[in-house]
Design a binder for this molecule. Structure first.
Ligand code: FCB
Length: 482
């Protein structure tokens, strides 16, 4: 049996992740200003069931209990994000001391429990005041972000070693400004391109400022959503389409941050589509100045077919469920469409469970990006969990999801990937953006009516993995779902 146990390197960091808007609630407490998510989720039809983040997991008031739960599980790291409008209600200038104090209590609470904080500066909750001035389409926002990074860097230079600038700029820019599914909900490719570029520029400026405030031992990175892109068939058209989508989703961000360049053809296409050159001299030098680690958020692969092969299909033969796998079809300029794997094993969110994709992604990164050190900053699955008659939440499918992805991560380490830690998404069931409270990703169940927390079986599973610093290659036999 012991040969079935796959060991992780000594010092491997085991943790759980959340983000401010998804868990904190308390949107009007202690001087917090409104964020673009407060605005967005109050607009009819934007979030399922009209849910909002007003209360969420009430983590702003319950953080101590939540840290105790994390501690009880023996997870030695916690990835959280800072609500920018809590610290700077207008996104500029004066600091709201009470907002900053919340994060000081949180960081001290973590340190006190021996838990390593990983602080994300931006996980999508831009101050609404900055949106009024163009949000991420305005270069001014990159200076405001640099100022915010400086405030946080000076406040936490001795308490936080691991820093992430931005979470998933692809989603924030393209879902937020081109596809409209995330705040601020625009549908304008030009705006999305400007937003993506400005987010990357803001990342570069924040790294520059953090380096000036933080000790040498600090590690700074960015968290990208990275999806393995697979052609639906081996036809040259589909393979080419998958390449284009890979550039759109992955290489646009990776090349910029790790190589200081953009994929040429896509840059030229964006200039054509938007009718303007959005890159200024010096920008890519700032963006690509260097990071200490890459944060990888991995959930599911994507399957892509060329527009030509899609059009050749007989009407009706095309799956109508495509949108549940990928949130939307691709924009016209990619001449590609999302395909669905017919016999996939899907989570409640409709994402295909494919741990091999994680190993593939990690190896591809090692090969193409010079062995960059990696933390998996998000990985997890949503299932419709409920507390059973025995008072427990049995979630064997999530356990199996986590176990198989950890086996894949371990294989990648054995094959030479410099993987340093793993953060499950998420510590708690929470406000899952446009899905409101309908998708449960937590390893701890939250009853949103009572705010009662119940660790799921998967929490116990991960706790055991962290304790042993090892994962079993063999599936455990477990009771059925509650
Ligand atoms: C990622 C987000 C995170 C959460 C998970 C399910 O794209 O970074 O906030 O919504 O998906």
């Amino acid at each position: 049996m012991s040969s079935q146990l796959l060991m992780f390197p000594k010092g491997f960091l085991w943790g759980a992740a959340t983000s401010s808007y998804q868990v904190e609630g308390a949107v009007a407490d202690d001087g917090r200003g409104p964020s673009i998510w407060d605005t967005f989720d109050h607009q009819p039809g934007k979030v399922l069931n009209g849910d909002t983040g007003e209360v969420a997991c009430d983590h702003y008031h319950r953080w101590e209990g939540d840290l105790d739960l994390l501690n009880d599980l023996g997870l030695r790291s916690y990835r959280f994000s800072v609500s920018w409008p809590r610290v700077q209600p207008d996104g500029a200038g004066k600091v709201n001391q009470k907002g900053l104090d919340f994060y000081r209590r949180l960081v001290e609470g973590l340190r006190h429990r021996g838990i390593e904080p990983l602080l994300t500066l931006y996980h999508w909750d831009l101050p609404e005041a900055l949106q009024q001035k163009g949000g991420w389409t305005s270069r001014e926002t990159t200076d405001r972000f640099e100022e915010f990074a400086g405030i946080m860097g000076s406040a936490f230079h001795d308490g936080v070693t691991l820093w992430v600038t931005l979470n998933e700029p692809f989603f924030a820019a393209f879902e937020g400004y081109e596809l409209g599914g995330l705040a601020p909900g625009l549908t304008d490719t030009g705006a999305a391109v400007e937003a993506a570029h400005n987010m990357l520029l803001a990342h570069g400026k924040a790294v520059r400022t953090l380096r000036a405030c933080l000790p040498e031992s600090a590690e700074i990175g960015i968290a990208l959503n990275l999806d393995v892109v697979r052609p639906a068939t081996s036809s040259p058209e589909d393979v080419a389409a998958a390449g284009r989508v890979n550039d759109y989703l992955n290489r646009w961000f990776l090349d910029a941050v790790l190589k200081g360049s953009y994929p040429r053809w896509l840059h030229d296409r964006y200039v054509q589509v938007t009718g303007r050159e959005f890159v200024r001299a010096g920008d890519l030098g700032v963006i690509g100045a260097g990071i200490d680690f890459l944060g990888v958020n991995y959930y599911t692969p994507v399957y892509v077919e060329s527009e030509a092969s899609r059009d050749r299909m007989a009407p009706g033969s095309r799956s109508t469920a495509t949108d549940t796998v990928l949130r939307r079809p691709y924009p016209d300029y990619l001449a590609a469409a999302a395909a669905r794997r017919p016999a996939g094993n899907y989570t409640a969110k409709g994402w295909d469970v494919d741990p091999g994709g994680l190993r593939e992604m990690l190896l591809w990164l090692r090969h193409n990006y010079n062995g960059v050190p990696v933390y998996i900053t998000e990985n997890g699955a949503s299932y419709p969990d409920a507390v059973g008659a025995d008072g427990e939440v049995h979630d064997p499918r999530r356990i199996e999801y986590l176990r198989t992805h950890l086996v894949a991560a371990n294989e990648a380490i054995v094959e030479g990937v410099d993987l340093r830690g793993y953060f499950v998404w998420s510590l708690l069931d929470n406000f899952e953006w446009g899905d409101g409270y309908a998708q449960r990703f937590g390893i701890i169940h939250v009853d949103f009516a009572t705010q009662r927390r119940t660790p799921k079986s998967s929490a116990k599973f991960l706790s055991e993995v962290a304790r042993r610093n090892a994962v079993s290659r063999a599936a455990a036999s477990l009771p059925a779902d509650t």
